[in-house]
Design a protein around this ligand. Structure first.
Ligand SMILES: [Zn+2]
Length: 63
């Protein structure tokens, strides 16, 4: 099993002072804004293949 890279910035406040949260996989705690949050993968593939979209008004141009 490969190790995943760790996040460098808090997604809520942008601070870099993150600590692993309670031994939960992919869970982090931000010391600056005191939020606990987790990262999770949705899937591998293009957004349309995963049944979603990129959340933009215009779809990306097909190449
Ligand atoms: Zn934060």
């Amino acid at each position: 099993m490969t190790q995943r890279a760790v996040p460098f910035y808090c997604p809520y406040c942008g601070d870099e002072d993150l600590q692993p949260y309670a031994d939960k996989h992919g869970a982090w705690w931000c010391q600056s804004c005191r939020r606990a949050w987790s990262l999770s993968m949705i899937g591998i593939g293009t957004p349309s293949r995963l049944g979603g979209s990129l959340g933009e008004d215009e779809p990306p141009a097909e190449s």
